[in-house]
Design a protein around this ligand. Structure first.
Ligand SMILES: O=C(O)CCC(=O)C(=O)O
Ligand SMILES: [Fe+2]
Length: 361
């Protein structure tokens, strides 16, 4: 195999409709992805994939070389900054079954398991899949679909409101380096919103203030005890209780944090305006926050995902959200599967639980 494009990921074409870089799998590459995922599922004789994540990471070495090359370049250089679409994953929408209706629904079946395998395999090329003990009982692969009663919330399960753009789990010290959204169904062509922070115009003074620990990001609703009680229910053990207490503390006495960090020429970003304090008692910080929010609002793009398309988001370099839509609640609604990936499992050593040992606190 030649590594001719190792420095040439900038050569990835961009989608005409939204300008997002795209890797289109060829027919033989699609077949290979499906074969690798199928073999991986068969190997376990029914043992769930999330209980054998080392095997998943090993099998990821069998993915097509072009895919590995793009993912490894993305992991090591950040390029293309913010993320890309992986197009042409072998998802058969007619075989996935109805879109779930409730958080507690557990989608099952071969095609749904294959979709989870695509996420875990591709994610394993970047880092390690993980979850949160305070979110859906630590489930590793999350399903994104509209839920009755959540229409107006700022949750992935909302619909009629704009899900405001955010970094995923921005409040959390262990937030994901990457998140991956795989589309299984999207009849109404509902757009995900997406924008890399790279190239968002900010004046020097605004950027300087955003690099300082002057901002407050609060936990979003999906991590609260009250929300989990009424959706998936909560396991009754000491670690879970401590985890929710920690979220409550982060809510009651949050630390001040920076919005931008890292390399000023290719910064990391930490924003979730719907859950950020606006009255900071610090005029320059309030102004800078307003500036960056307006600059992102001005540029954010709509990315419509089709079945078999995966949006791979650098959660430190891009924000994302979702446009409003009307749900049908008849099994045909939009349905994505999602996974969190960390670059470094070691930083959560001693703070991980669950059957897979990947649910962080
Ligand atoms: O529905 C989408 O396109 C994105 C939802 C979202 O923000 C998420 O699942 O993290
Ligand atoms: Fe999100």
């Amino acid at each position: 195999m030649s590594l001719s494009t190792a420095s040439g990921i900038g050569e990835l074409p961009c989608r005409r409709e939204d300008g997002v870089p795209v890797l289109e799998l060829t027919a033989p590459e699609r077949d290979t992805v499906r074969e690798v995922a199928s073999a991986l599922l068969d190997l376990g004789q029914g043992q769930p994939l999330d209980e054998r994540l080392e095997t998943v990471a090993l099998a990821a070495h069998d993915l097509p070389s072009r895919l590995r090359e793009v993912m490894i370049t993305f992991q090591l250089t950040g390029r293309p900054y913010g993320g890309l679409v992986l197009h042409g994953l072998p998802v058969d929408e007619t075989a996935i079954g109805p879109t779930p209706l409730r958080y507690a629904d557990e989608p099952a079946g071969r095609e749904v398991d294959l979709a989870a395998a695509y996420l875990m395999l591709t994610g394993s090329l970047l880092g390690a899949p993980f979850s949160y003990l305070t979110q859906q009982r630590g489930k590793l692969v999350l399903d994104v679909f509209p839920v009755m009663g959540h229409e107006q919330s700022q949750l992935g399960s909302s619909s009629t409101v704009n899900l405001e753009w955010h970094n995923e789990d921005a409040f959390h010290p262990m937030r994901a380096d990457w998140i991956m959204l795989l589309c299984l169904r999207n009849h109404d062509r509902v757009a995900t919103t997406f924008l890399p922070i790279q190239g968002v115009p900010l004046d020097e003074e605004t950027a300087r203030v955003l690099f300082e620990d002057r901002f407050v990001v609060l936990p979003d609703e999906s991590h609260t005890a009250s929300f989990n009680e009424v959706t998936t229910g909560m396991a009754d053990n000491a670690a879970v209780a401590r985890a929710f207490e920690q979220v409550a503390r982060m809510n009651a006495s949050p630390a001040r944090t920076a919005v931008l960090s890292g390399d000023p020429r290719a910064p990391f970003v930490r924003l979730d305006p719907a859950f950020m304090q606006r009255a900071l008692g610090d005029q320059p910080a309030q102004r800078a926050l307003g500036e960056v929010i307006a600059a992102i609002d001005d540029k954010i793009k709509d990315v419509v995902l089709a079945p078999g398309e995966m949006l791979i988001i650098d959660n430190l370099r891009a924000v994302h959200g979702r446009r409003p839509f009307s749900a049908h609640y008849d099994g045909t609604d939009r349905w994505l599967r999602r996974i969190n990936i960390t670059a470094d499992l070691r930083k959560s050593a001693g703070r991980r639980y669950g059957v897979h040992g990947r649910a962080v606190v």
